[in-house]
Write a protein that binds this ligand. Structure first.
Ligand code: ATP
Ligand code: MG
Length: 559
């Protein structure tokens, strides 16, 4: 039993404690994460992964990975690989317990035969439309199928011939014989097996009948001796059927427990919708950094720690709700604030010539890598007569409370001197193209006593600057609930047209010369960035992971 003094137990831990007390599963805790390999994992799956693996760890138990691969036409090897990679990247390991529902097809078939022999299942020849009509409605009971009372022998014979491939797709199914007037639809003689002459990614053409989810999931749990089978709320209505099969088969009977799915504001959360976004080119792929897939978040620069912390922070509940995406963003900010080295990068460069600084001279200035982590040390920033600053840090006619550079005004260069804007150079169109400044050699590392200089701006030496591409990602959808749409529209109507801005020619400090894919930095005053795999030796590409603060909160407040 786990006594947790820091945090109250969640409702799942309370159920597990009850099981341990009653000894229902001895003292074992054995969970599983059961993805269907029909797409890439998303942050919602991360919630389930963190929950299942953490529970196993907390109780000294085990967690399996099981591919729920009962749908032959949809599954693909590519997804199996990506799912494995994503779970490992999140920091979890299933050791040698990687299972496939398809490995149990033979056992499931034998169990189906047993249910037929015991009078609990029958072959039904109703068409899918007829089956629907026979099921009744919420207010009306269903009707018994005319094939419900077939003899055991006839059922065994037909089921065997279904397996042998004698019948076309959709012509017959195997149904559980339960109760056509049951208040729960799932109990009105649910389909157990359907005929599908299709290729399966693991069993090839061995089978042309495939078990339905409800006759696979609980049985797979049972075979693996799972104790708590944790799933999302939409399966709550399936629990009576889960229990019915285990009871009728008289096999190890895990406890199904349902919790609320994770949904995020400004996001959709379904593989089916992601597939639309990918196939229609709204994003560059499953790992587009705007996607809430694990691979997208990874490419964006999210850390596994921040995702785990987020999942633990939101916890588990019994009611569906939508989590504010800011909470996720704040978790990555928090982690990167503690761990990411600071560097200087100028995204919208404008040249500054410091007229009283000698030509050709390079002065080494010392910069702190991470003020939150002394062990990160310091680095050298070369300072020269020509530098770049961000054009947003200059205003020709400064507004009130503007403390940065303006004609005749002073500002401090981060880790450097105070400079003063002496002159503004414009091109033929009147655009500011260069600033002429002076610097005060007495102001390195100290404040002047005769005046106050409030603003501090970032900069890079023009001579030493590296060129780089910077991809400023924003939310993929521009409204909080993208699924809320007018009639005739869908979530695509809410795509944010400005979710990506590409800056081709940013100026980066020279320490960024040797970066590798996945390295993360704080660009001082700008945000957190990571190195994208599109980087080449001559041109690094950086993805914005998050701005320093929640800029959307400000936008909404002002509008
Ligand atoms: P989607 O609706 O996105 O296609 P799914 O539920 O079909 O997802 P599965 O591969 O069947 O995806 O899910 C694997 C496991 O992850 C299941 O236990 C499922 O309940 C859980 N899961 C899926 N989506 C979420 C979510 N948004 N929040 C929490 N758990 C989830
Ligand atoms: Mg599914």
């Amino acid at each position: 039993m786990v006594e947790n003094t820091e945090k109250p137990l969640n409702f799942i831990e309370e159920i597990i404690n009850d099981h341990l007390k009653s000894g229902r599963f001895g003292q074992r805790v054995h969970t599983r994460f059961p993805p269907e390999p029909n797409g890439y994992l998303h942050i919602g799956h991360a919630k389930s992964i963190v929950l299942n693996f953490n529970l196993a760890k907390k109780y000294g138990g085990l967690c399996n990975l099981r591919f729920d691969d009962t749908n032959p036409s949809k599954e693909e090897e590519e997804y199996v690989h990506s799912i494995r990679d994503d779970i490992h990247w999140l920091g979890f390991d299933w050791e040698d317990r990687e299972y496939y529902a398809s490995d149990y097809f033979e056992q499931l078939y034998e169990w189906a035969v047993k249910l037929i022999k015991d009078g609990h299942a029958y072959v039904c020849d109703l068409s899918p439309e007829e089956t629907r009509a026979y099921r009744g409605t919420l207010s009306e009971p269903g009707k018994n199928s005319p094939f419900r009372d077939r003899s055991v022998e006839e059922n065994l014979n037909l089921f065997e011939r279904m397996k042998q491939g004698e019948f076309p797709d959709g012509s017959r199914v195997l149904k559980a014989k339960i109760d056509m007037s049951h208040p729960n639809f799932n109990m009105r003689d649910p389909v157990m097996y359907r005929i599908l002459h299709a290729h399966h990614h693991r069993t090839g053409t061995d089978w042309c009948i495939y078990p339905m989810y409800d006759f696979t999931h609980g049985q797979s749990d049972s075979i693996e001796k799972i104790t708590q089978s944790i799933c999302t709320l939409e399966f709550e209505n399936h629990r009576p059927l889960y229990d019915w099969f285990c009871e009728k088969l008289d096999i190890h009977h895990p406890q199904q427990i349902e919790f609320a799915r994770l949904n995020l504001t400004y996001m959709v959360m379904s593989k089916r919708k992601f597939l639309v976004l990918v196939n229609e080119g709204h994003v560059s792929g499953w790992d587009d950094p705007r996607m809430p897939t694990i691979s997208g978040l990874r490419r964006r620069g999210y850390t596994p720690e921040s995702i785990r912390n987020f999942c633990e922070y939101i916890g588990v509940a019994k009611n569906n709700s939508v989590v504010d995406v800011t909470i996720l963003e704040n978790h990555v900010r928090e982690h990167l604030n503690a761990t990411a080295d600071r560097v200087m990068a100028v995204l919208n460069p404008i040249k500054v010539v410091i007229e009283n600084f000698p030509e050709g001279k390079v002065e080494d200035l010392t910069a702190i890598n991470n003020p939150e982590d002394e062990s990160a040390g310091t680095r050298i920033l070369p300072f020269t007569r020509e530098i770049y600053i961000d054009s947003n840090d200059f205003m020709e006619e400064p507004v009130k409370k503007y403390f940065r550079l303006a004609p005749g005004r002073e500002v401090r260069l981060r880790y450097g001197y105070i400079i003063k804007c002496e002159d503004v150079i414009k091109d033929a169109q009147g655009e500011v193209v260069e600033l002429r400044c002076s610097y005060d050699p007495d102001t390195l590392g100290k404040q002047p006593t005769d005046r106050k200089v409030k603003g501090v701006i970032h900069w890079v030496s023009a001579q030493h600057a590296l060129g780089g591409e910077v991809r400023l990602y924003d939310r993929l959808f521009s409204v909080e609930h993208p699924d809320k749409v007018e009639d005739g529209q869908d979530f695509r109507a809410n795509l944010n047209p400005d979710s990506l801005e590409v800056i081709e020619h940013a100026k980066l400090e020279p320490s960024l010369e040797k970066v590798s894919t996945g390295d993360r930095f704080q660009f001082e005053r700008v945000g957190y960035f990571s190195v994208d795999p599109d980087s080449t030796e001559n041109k690094p590409v950086f993805n914005r992971i998050a701005s320093l603060r929640d800029t959307w909160a400000r936008i909404t407040r002002n509008s």
